[in-house]
Design a protein around this ligand. Structure first.
Ligand SMILES: Cc1cc2nc3c(=O)[nH]c(=O)nc-3n(C[C@H](O)[C@H](O)[C@H](O)COP(=O)(O)OP(=O)(O)OC[C@H]3O[C@@H](n4cnc5c(N)ncnc54)[C@H](O)[C@@H]3O)c2cc1C
Length: 477
């Protein structure tokens, strides 16, 4: 049995020994699948205060909190849960924010089952504490609590951050709090990286990302949009302008293609393009916004990861009558979060296992109207540990579609040498040490451009680590 310590007593109450509740995990408040699949409303409306208190009461308050070990940014989880129990909402908010600038985002999209919740002792025999739901609930109280982030007085040192995704945001926020003068250069006209242009509205409302960017601006971070580093300016030019360090957080969003005939037909999208159009050109507010994206009735999505799930569920919401997720292995090998697969199936997405596209065909109007598929079977495990898909000789099939979307992975975003002397590996990912330092002593890097496509929280962790290293370096000069 884990050791249990008494939680901090509520203000004005007699101290009493904390006894965790043995109630089952408080269920999420999800919208019915059939209703939510028709529009872009949030799938999960989040915990109420009463839900949060009930769930916080399940925490064992372990002396050695393993949940914290599972959090890449080291949030003091038992402390904020005790504060929720005591209805000290402002305290819980400050505890989380001290380590995680984006609680409303992480509470919604982090794979908690592999991180904090994956380590929770309650999960060994039953259901772990719903740490993600609690974090999200407290994060969403930002406006109600009206807390203003604190920053140290200016130290006069200028740092440039390239890319405004979670890694750039985490680095910029950490440095700004430390008194640095930070400018974020972002290629798009708006901030947030994948949080804004990739993850759909029904999983992460854009208003939440905007609120987080606004709070960085309140901290004094300056954002320059439509600023493509490497094209409009180089690292050396930034250094000439007085920036003393540069953090590269340009992500890994360059799509991989199938390289099969017909892939360039109208109606065939890569998931990045499809989701970017829907998110940045507001197709989720159709018909108010007439976004140039085809609203297919019979949509086929290739892939088995989170991006494929997002694309398939988006197609449903744009009015598709049939959405098929075609995957070259079986559902058991899909890399997507189990919750995402569950939600997609619940909403009506069908899974077609063990197929790989050979060719996209066009109708008389020139648009895609079908796909010829190779039937696959599972062979020996490959380096990923999953069984390899092997073509079944002579076994092909054809299926109709009016939109096809490929979500088969991404590559490093080309950073077009904005930083002279920054070494990258043969796939274009930047080489760094454990503090995010690159081969150029003035340049740090982190997030997907270093690790390859990963997660929001890992990108944030890298931003935070690099910020500390940048601060140490600049303040010791
Ligand atoms: C559709 C989708 C769904 C996902 N879902 C989840 C999820 O549920 N949970 C999870 O944890 N992770 C998820 N991920 C992965 C996660 O979003 C990424 O790991 C994370 O965003 C990486 O952060 P980053 O800051 O490194 O890069 P990004 O978020 O990619 O941000 C990079 C930024 O740099 C900008 N940029 C690029 N080049 C330049 C340049 N030359 N000059 C200026 N700016 C530039 C880009 O425009 C972008 O804004 C998802 C990814 C996708 C695509």
């Amino acid at each position: 049995m884990p050791e249990v310590t008494p939680a901090a007593p509520a203000a004005n109450s007699e101290p009493k020994k904390y006894r965790p509740s043995r109630a089952p995990r408080t269920p999420a408040n999800e919208e019915p699948a059939a209703e939510r699949a028709c529009d872009f409303r949030p799938v999960d409306t989040g915990y109420t205060k009463a839900d949060a208190i009930a769930e916080a009461n399940r925490c064992l308050d372990c002396k050695k909190p393993l949940c914290m070990e599972g959090c890449p940014v080291g949030v003091h989880i038992p402390q904020f849960i005790a504060q929720i129990r005591n209805e000290d909402w402002a305290g819980a908010f400050d505890t989380i924010k001290a380590d995680n600038l984006l609680p409303s985002v992480c509470g919604r999209v982090c794979p908690q089952e592999n991180q904090c919740e994956g380590k929770c002792i309650l999960g060994r025999k039953g259901e772990p504490v719903a740490i993600g739901q609690l974090e999200r609930m407290v994060g969403d109280m930002a406006d109600e609590l009206g807390s203003t982030p604190e920053r140290k007085p200016s130290n006069g040192k200028k740092v440039a951050v390239v890319g405004s995704g979670p890694s750039g945001i985490a680095c910029a926020g950490e440095l700004a709090r430390g008194g640095f003068d930070v400018t974020v250069f972002e290629a798009f006209f708006t901030g947030g990286g994948v949080l804004t242009y990739g993850i759909p509205e029904f999983r992460l409302p854009k208003s939440i990302v905007k609120r987080e960017i606004d709070s960085l601006e309140q901290l004094g971070v300056h954002f320059e949009y439509n600023a493509v580093a490497g094209r409009l300016f180089t690292a050396d030019e930034l250094f000439d302008e007085g920036f003393e360090a540069l953090y590269l957080a340009v992500g890994a969003g360059l799509p991989r293609f199938l390289n099969v005939p017909g892939e360039n037909l109208p109606g065939v999208y890569c998931a990045n393009e499809y989701l970017t159009r829907v998110n940045l050109m507001r197709a989720y507010e159709f018909p108010e916004y007439d976004t140039p994206v085809r609203h297919g009735k019979n949509v086929v999505v290739f892939g088995g990861g989170n991006v494929a799930m997002d694309a398939a569920r988006t197609a449903l919401r744009l009015g598709a009558e049939k959405v098929t997720l075609a995957y070259r292995r079986t559902e058991a090998e899909m890399p997507a979060r189990r919750a995402e697969i569950h939600h997609a199936k619940e909403e009506g997405v069908e899974i077609l296992e063990l197929v790989s596209p050979l060719e996209f065909t066009a109708g008389e109007d020139g648009f895609v109207n079908g796909i010829r598929l190779q039937q696959m079977e599972l062979g020996e495990p490959d380096e990923s540990g999953r069984r390899r898909p092997v073509p079944v000789e002579g076994a092909t099939l054809e299926i109709p579609c009016d939109v096809a979307i490929t979500a088969i992975g991404t590559k490093a975003n080309p950073f077009a040498s904005p930083a002279s002397g920054v070494e990258a590996n043969k796939w274009g990912y930047i080489d760094t040490d454990e503090n995010g330092r690159t081969s150029n002593p003035r340049v740090w890097a982190g997030g997907d451009i270093v690790t390859g496509a990963a997660t929001v929280i890992l990108a944030m962790g890298a931003g935070k680590t690099a910020a500390r290293s940048i601060a140490e370096t600049l303040l010791s000069e």
